[in-house]
Design a protein around this ligand. Structure first.
Ligand code: SF4
Length: 349
């Protein structure tokens, strides 16, 4: 079992459920925009939010962002250790650095000292695109072995300073290299691992790479916290991460959503309705010990049957939907009211 670390009140490692992280993509110093994105991520089910800290303004924004974040906030730092120190002073719950690019041993030591005094962990994040020169030369370019060596070397740098609240990540955009690197490190250390496939790509391609790369690691029992990287709204990363955890049997919201594939009989925008219901369900869990089945169906052929069989369902007609609960018709609503009504009913169950 991996070592237990706390990021705010979220336990990472030590047998804790795999937590979901994402990263904002707005300017961290634009406080209203950053707050709004943190809120959306939290409501989608994101448990830890990371923010880029490219300058002092971003580091100082943490004190304001922390006030109503509702989730731990991680400061993502490269190159300038002053930014890490300032983010820690402003309440960051965790720091992500690459000790190899933070400017040398003495500067890394100051960051470790400040993190220890604040009682927060450090993620040592190495990336195939920024491996140390000697490691690249030794291996003839980025390799799984090189990534593992770099991550362990940088973790040891902090260990030598007496700092052990460490989470390790070592990401490559090459799925096989990524997988091999994590396996090597998992066999050589008990530090918790933050897993992901970096720069996985656009929605469709990125999901496939993440499903293969992160899914394979999770099925091998590797990974304590995860981030899906997509070139998309970060909320999509969280929705997909939850689906992935469900697919590999590591998370169960207790809610099963079925929807029909649509056909020439469909007279509503069922894809939009089903997606809106799915988004609305993202942060909802079934009441303790219960399983719920929801059905979003396109017409009166199979729709009523399937919808009646569900705890909550809709069978759509021309621009409207008949909502059923456990076989009983509850009401008929217009097309644009269907998703909101279903989510409200689930929340009231
Ligand atoms: S439920 Fe109706 S709309 Fe949906 S696929 Fe079946 S027949 Fe077509």
């Amino acid at each position: 079992m991996t070592k237990e670390i706390f990021c705010g009140d979220v336990k990472i490692g030590g047998g804790a459920p795999v937590s979901i992280q994402s990263m904002t993509n707005v300017n961290t110093a634009d406080i209203p925009a950053a707050k709004e994105q943190i809120r959306r991520l939290r409501e989608a089910g994101c448990q830890i939010v990371r923010l880029a800290v490219p300058d002092m303004e971003a580091a100082q924004a943490f004190s304001e962002l922390k006030k109503d974040a509702g989730v731990p906030l991680v400061a993502d730092i490269h190159f300038d250790y002053h930014l890490a120190l300032e983010a820690i002073r402003n309440g960051a719950d965790k720091i992500r650095i690459n000790p190899g690019n933070i400017g040398g041993r003495e500067k890394a030591r100051q960051v470790a000292e400040a993190a220890r005094a604040a009682g927060i962990p450090i993620r040592v994040g190495v990336n195939s695109g920024s491996l140390e020169k000697d490691i690249l030369e030794k291996n003839g370019g980025p390799t799984a072995e090189g990534l593992a060596e770099s991550a362990l070397r940088n973790a040891e740098l902090l260990e030598d300073m007496g700092f052990r609240d460490i989470v390790i990540s070592l990401k490559a955009s090459n799925v096989k290299m990524n997988y091999d690197a994590y396996r090597l490190v998992a066999a050589r250390t008990d530090y918790p691992l933050h897993i992901g496939v970096t720069e996985a790509g656009t929605l469709a391609r990125g999901k496939v790479k993440s499903a293969a790369g992160i899914g394979a690691l999770l099925l091998s029992g590797i990974g304590d916290t995860m981030r899906v990287s997509l070139t998309a709204d970060p909320v999509e990363e969280v929705i997909f991460a939850k689906e992935l955890l469900r697919a590999v049997g590591l998370r169960d919201s207790g809610i099963d959503l079925v929807s029909c594939p649509t056909c020439g009989r469909t007279r509503v925008d069922l894809k939009a309705i089903a997606e809106a219901v799915e988004r609305g369900l993202a942060s909802i869990e079934a009441p303790r010990g219960r399983k719920l089945k929801l059905a979003v169906m396109g017409c009166a052929v199979n729709g009523p049957g399937e919808a009646k069989d569900a705890d909550l369902g809709v069978a759509c007609g021309d621009g409207k939907g008949v909502i059923f609960s456990k076989g009983k018709i509850i009401k008929t609503v217009t097309e644009d009211e269907i998703a909101g009504e279903m989510i409200r009913m689930v929340q009231n169950l």
